[in-house]
Design a protein around this ligand. Structure first.
Ligand SMILES: [Zn+2]
Length: 408
């Protein structure tokens, strides 16, 4: 099973990792990376090393009190040296956390395997450095949220130096992210740090696209362009807005990991729900044995005419291709094949709608009961797998073949 690494920021234990794990499972195995090094003093640890600064400051105060240092002018350079040393030494704490991140994720980056990643705040810095600096660390698709990286972080250069180190970056930008705004002031003193989580990555190489709303599709990509990095802007987003419940993970990150545009996935889910649940619309569907049907029927257009990225063509076309892979002999009887495609296509809609129901049930139960936060599994998971369109097709075809065997 593919894995999704989650890594939190500073001043937190990363409870959001447990909150979104039930959304990731059963499609992906969640791997939560935790580290204690910035949990108590947070930003201070980034700028000055407290294990040096605090004893040093106490010593200087004591030295004045005991008159070891008589001149106040003499204290100024001593303070300057102490602050400079405390700043310089912070790199070792950052390196320690980076080593922890690499150790904790080593089992996910074996040959031929590359996990997806969701990184928040300081976790985005760890992710970028691990991908850049540690040979075996690689990823598939990466979500950055509350990103503290420099806006000019060169993802394209990283990819050219380390082939296949990532497939795509989704940067969820919160235009009201105050901590990231403040980190922007540190970008001259701390390498790689900046405010990409508030203003987006920028590049002159054309490998970055901006999407104005988190639920919108990317217009350049719709027109056939491609980009390594997408900045997804959220006008009202703060530092942790994406973790207010499991909504972001369910709506945007799951389809992103499947390689499906979230807007298209939303359209697809609506279609499946409508086909399955609105009886008044069912007569508009093509019925088995009756053709040609009305070409203007809304749902037929969605099932048979609209091209979907996940299907690399039409919905029904994908289903037909899959049927013919399993049963090339059906090609000899086109009418029978058409009936099978119709039944399987509606079956896909039903499997997806059933999975949507199951997911709602699972998440509602977890909202009421917060006892077992670390248990992300549920009895509904068998049904929830079909949220992924490709899994829904597999399920619909299994049921179709079972019916075929039963009727023969
Ligand atoms: Zn794009």
């Amino acid at each position: 099973m593919d894995r999704v690494i989650t890594v939190h920021g500073i001043w937190t234990t990363g409870k959001w990792q447990e909150n979104i794990a039930p959304v990731l499972w059963p499609h992906f195995e969640p791997v939560s990376v935790k580290y204690p090094y910035y949990r108590w003093l947070g930003p201070l640890d980034l700028v000055f090393e407290p294990l040096l600064l605090l004893p040093g400051a106490a010593f200087l105060v004591l030295a004045i009190q005991l008159s070891w240092i008589r001149s106040y002018f003499a204290i100024v350079p001593l303070w300057a040296v102490l602050l400079a040393l405390s700043y310089w030494i912070t790199r070792f704490r950052r390196q320690k956390v980076l080593d922890t991140f690499i150790e904790e994720t080593a089992h996910t980056t074996l040959p031929g395997r590359a996990p997806h990643i969701i990184a928040h705040s300081f976790g985005t810095y760890l992710t970028a450095r691990a991908l850049r600096e540690f040979g075996p660390t690689k990823s598939d698709r990466v979500v950055l949220t509350g990103c503290v990286l420099h806006r000019n972080f060169d993802w394209a250069a990283l990819l050219s130096k380390k082939e296949g180190v990532f497939k795509a970056i989704r940067n969820d930008v919160g235009r009201k992210d105050l901590p990231v705004f403040l980190v922007g002031f540190l970008q001259r003193s701390l390498p790689d740090f900046g405010s990409a989580g508030r203003y987006g990555f920028q590049s002159t190489s054309g490998s970055i696209h901006d999407v104005s709303q988190c639920g919108s599709s990317c217009k350049p990509c719709d027109a056939g362009a491609q980009a390594l990095v997408h900045n997804i802007f959220n006008d009202h987003g703060g530092h942790s807005t994406t973790f207010l419940g499991p909504g972001y993970a369910a709506n945007y990150w799951l389809p992103f990991f499947w390689g499906i545009d979230p807007k298209e996935y939303d359209d697809f889910s609506k279609l499946c729900w409508a086909v399955t649940n609105y009886e008044a619309l069912r007569p508009k569907l093509k019925q088995p044995g009756v053709r040609p049907s009305e070409p203007s029927a809304l749902f037929e257009a969605e099932l048979y005419s609209r091209k979907w990225g996940w299907a690399a063509g039409t919905f029904a076309g994908y289903v037909e291709t899959e049927i013919l892979k399993d049963h090339p002999e059906y090609k000899q009887d086109q009418n029978h094949l058409d009936d099978l495609v119709f039944s399987a296509t509606v079956g896909v809609c039903q499997a997806v709608a059933d999975a949507m129901d199951a997911q709602s049930t699972k998440l509602a139960v977890r909202r009421k009961s917060k006892k077992e936060r670390r248990d992300y599994t549920s009895a509904e998971d068998v049904r929830i797998v079909a949220l992924n369109p490709l899994e829904a097709v597999k399920r619909a075809l299994e049921e179709l073949y079972a019916q075929e065997r039963g009727s023969s």
